[in-house]
Design a protein around this ligand. Sequence first.
Ligand code: LP5
Ligand code: MN
Length: 247
Amino acid sequence: MSDKDTAHSLFISDLHLCDNRPEISRLFFDFLQNTAIHADALYILGDLFEYWLGDDTLDAPLNRQVSLALRELADSGVKVYFMHGNRDFLIAEQFADASHATLLADPTAIDLFGTPTLLMHGDTLCTDDVNYLAFRTQVRDPDWQRQFLGQPLATRIAMAQQARAQSESAKQGKTTEIMDVNDDAVREVLRQYRYPRLIHGHTHRTAQHSVNLDGHACQRWVLPDWYDSGGYLRCDATGCQFANLTV
Ligand code: LP5
Ligand code: MN
């Protein structure tokens, strides 16, 4: 029996695709053509790109290649969903249209082969990282975004580089606990959505966690990043499992 015979969906995040790591881009294209092609749906839960400076950069070679590869997958019958991450929150309808993908709100609740499942990027669960959340509020503001997108591309590149440098230096002063999810925030969202399975990325701390809450056994699946190698979560009616991809 081939993997096509069992209805299943795949989940990825934190690929951080960029020109500097062509081997990861190749791994991604290979994953789309050989693995995702057999799925019912591919969910990209944020940080597909190292950063996204506006849909007017769609014609940059890598951006074009990625959107065409996603479009090819979607046109073969695989539903492609995309959720924003903290690096590519400026992706908008033009990218989604070009990729034949559907933008998802964060969070989004789905019925995954009979199991209620909540999808998030994961950054909003890191409630101890107050400086990051203040930055997030600023850059998710529609007025700020309009202002930013109205700048020439060279200015946007310079601002993004400055933000990256400041972020890296800010992270030096943060403990790993601050940059991980806050357990109360996880419990709160699980209660709010009536005890679903939770799938998210962002922290790059791949794991399957069990959360016992109010008499419910919830699972929290944390997706792998694609830094040294890649990986994805595969879910079908019987459950979920991680799979690795090597460069
Ligand atoms: O990204 P990562 O994983 O390394 O760290 C994140 C948080 N940092 C960010 C910031 C991004 O890396 C910046 C790049 C985004 C580019 C997007 C497009 C252009 C936008 C331009 C914006 C001006 O998301 C980091 C978390 C960490 O995850 C773990 O969760 O801790 O948060 C921070 O480090 C934020 C800092 O604490 C405070 C903010 C620093 C940025 C200040 C921007 C100043 C811009 C000046 C421009 C002239
Ligand atoms: Mn992230």
